[in-house]
Ligand binder design. Structure first.
Ligand SMILES: C[S@@+](CC[C@H](N)C(=O)[O-])C[C@H]1O[C@@H](n2cnc3c(N)ncnc32)[C@H](O)[C@@H]1O
Length: 236
């Protein structure tokens, strides 16, 4: 790839489309129970054989909305955690912005890959399950970053995700919630299943206060993809 994003790299995107077709045929690709879905995520990383084009969500760059927010909110040693970190770009952005950063993914292969990509990393990468988090992480983080995980889960996993994410936030800490969005009352033929405002309102029921909510679209060839960046805060 020479400059630009992976989405502008024709060869990369061709390899991605080919990989995607094979991945879509595997059990768990379109939903299913927790075991099916977790098996599928693991398979994606293992089958990729080291080619990031074969990881459908890998941008090989941090999310622009996160980078923009971090410019105004540097870490100065505060503790951050990146949920379902994939190949690590968002976690690295958090660390570069001065946060003492932990990042985890269900897939041990993803975590190993992230470590290989960033050999001098300051991030503490771990293999962990959002639905079975280490006890010592409860209420331990000043900043929790969640991008694109909730939209990748549906059914019971989706419902459980809000509580699991909120459990990580320290008193006075914040959550950055960045996902695709759809209007309340509409259906989605996922994955991904864009998130509805009435769904992320669950964070308020879990004791968080909504600080800001920004809607924007990401442009891809021939389409605009609506997103939200919502920032929540836990009382001190
Ligand atoms: C759509 S990707 C998003 C990756 C990254 N957060 C991003 O913004 O690009 C979803 C990620 O969630 C991970 N994942 C799925 N279920 C998980 C779970 N129960 N616990 C932790 N990670 C999980 C997958 O392995 C995958 O890396």
């Amino acid at each position: 790839m020479s400059g630009g994003t992976v989405h502008e790299d024709v060869d990369f995107m061709e390899r991605r489309n080919q990989a995607r077709q094979k991945l879509d045929d595997l059990t768990g690709a379109k939903g299913g129970d927790a075991e099916d879905r977790q098996t599928w995520f693991n398979e994606v990383y293992v089958r990729a054989g080291g080619d990031p084009a074969a990881i459908p969500w890998a941008d090989l760059a941090p999310k622009a909305a996160l980078v923009g927010w971090l410019k105004k909110h540097p870490g100065t040693g505060k503790k951050a955690i990146d949920i379902a970190c994939g190949l690590g770009d968002n976690a690295e952005a958090l660390a570069e912005a001065g946060y003492s950063t932990t990042a985890f993914d269900l897939s041990a292969e993803a975590v190993e890959w992230a470590r290989r990509r960033f050999p001098k990393t300051l991030v503490s990468y771990k293999a962990a399950d959002l639905f079975d988090l280490p006890q010592e992480w409860t209420g331990a983080f000043d900043l929790v970053h969640e991008s694109y995980t909730v939209q990748a889960l549906d059914g019971e996993l989706r419902d459980a995700a809000f509580g699991a994410i909120a459990s990580l936030i320290a008193p006075g800490g914040r959550l950055l919630f960045l996902n695709r969005v759809r209007e309340d009352g509409t259906s989605a033929n996922g994955p991904p299943w864009p998130v509805m405002p009435s769904e992320w309102a669950a964070f308020e029921e879990l004791g968080l206060t909504l600080e800001t909510e920004s809607y924007f679209a990401i442009e891809r060839p021939g389409r605009r993809i609506p997103h939200v960046l919502a920032v929540f805060r836990r009382g001190a």
